[in-house]
Design a protein. Structure first.
Lengths: 189, 100
């Protein structure tokens, strides 16, 4: 009973945050409600017994990724989104279609009687077990993700950098005009 | 004791909300946040199935999904910044050319 109450409480917060993300028109409000969703999802992971995932959900998702989002929103000074013709068409067709799909999925899942029940904290396995799995069976994917992260960092730096600023840093303000143009056109790198 | 299907329904609702946001939102950053919401919904279903089968590899998969989501967020937001620099808008309806 206590388990069910906790599940419903955090689930309601989760769904409320997700709906609020859709309802808000300012991106910063959407980002804050996404943080609420991620925090309550961490609580759901704790209910299932996945402490490690709850911790990295809060640290990586609600912490690192959402800070990145908030900083980008503030950097670009994003304002309210305006409604256009395309968005009205998307609402007209998308909302009923997606709602029908969601209701179908919910109905199917709730009418499956062979789904087992899980007690609170059903998952056995503390972080050391996950680490053992990660560094033995999943060692190769783990190492590949480190390469992926490295490439992502380099890609982010290259994409977000301004070529003119790089030219000024390398050649100073007295850089010849053709050098600046060359760097700005992207042929330098 | 609550059935695994309850967790799956919650994850389905989150996924549907993300899909809806992806379709109806016009701000490129909000669309990106909807994608994160969908990833979160899928993560919850991974953990629920891991609890059902008493398998730890479900948690490892969620870990990998989070790593990929972090990399995706870094690159995607850099692309958004680059798009905003060249077009001065975040509305996806006005970003309809690959080249200026």
């Amino acid at each position: 009973m206590f388990h069910l109450i906790l599940f419903l409480f955090f689930g309601a917060i989760c769904v409320g945050g997700a709906v609020n993300l859709l309802a808000q028109s300012h991106p910063i409000n959407s980002a804050l409600s996404l943080i609420v969703v991620m925090g309550s999802l961490a609580a759901e992971y704790l209910l299932l017994g996945a402490e490690f995932l709850a911790a990295i959900q809060v640290i990586v998702y609600a912490g690192a990724i959402m800070v990145l989002f908030l900083i980008t929103i503030m950097l670009l000074n994003a304002g309210k989104e305006e409604r256009t013709k395309g968005s009205r068409v998307a609402i007209l067709i998308g909302v009923p279609g997606v709602l029908i799909g969601g209701v179908l999925v919910t109905w199917t899942l709730l009418h499956r009687s062979d789904m087992p029940s899980v007690p609170i904290g059903a998952l056995k396995g503390d972080p050391s077990d996950i680490a053992r799995l990660l560094f033995h069976q999943f060692l190769l994917p783990f190492e590949v993700t480190s390469v992926l992260i490295l490439i992502a960092i380099m890609g982010a730096v290259v994409l977000a950098s301004r070529p003119e600023a790089i030219a000024r840093r390398h050649y100073g303000d007295e850089a010849p005009e053709e050098t600046r143009e060359l760097v700005a056109s992207g042929k330098d790198h | 004791m609550i059935p695994v299907s309850c967790y799956l329904v919650l994850s389905g609702i989150l996924f549907v909300c993300g899909l809806l946001g992806f379709l109806i939102k016009r701000n490129i950053i909000t669309i990106f946040m909807s994608i994160e919401l969908m990833l979160n919904g899928v993560n919850l279903s991974f953990v629920a199935f891991a609890a059902q089968w008493h398998a730890l590899s479900g948690q490892v998969f969620v870990f990998f999904v989070m790593v990929v989501a972090a990399a995706e967020a870094a690159v995607g937001l850099a692309i958004i910044i680059a798009v905003y620099r060249t077009r001065e808008t975040l509305n996806v309806d006005q970003v309809n050319l690959l080249k200026l």
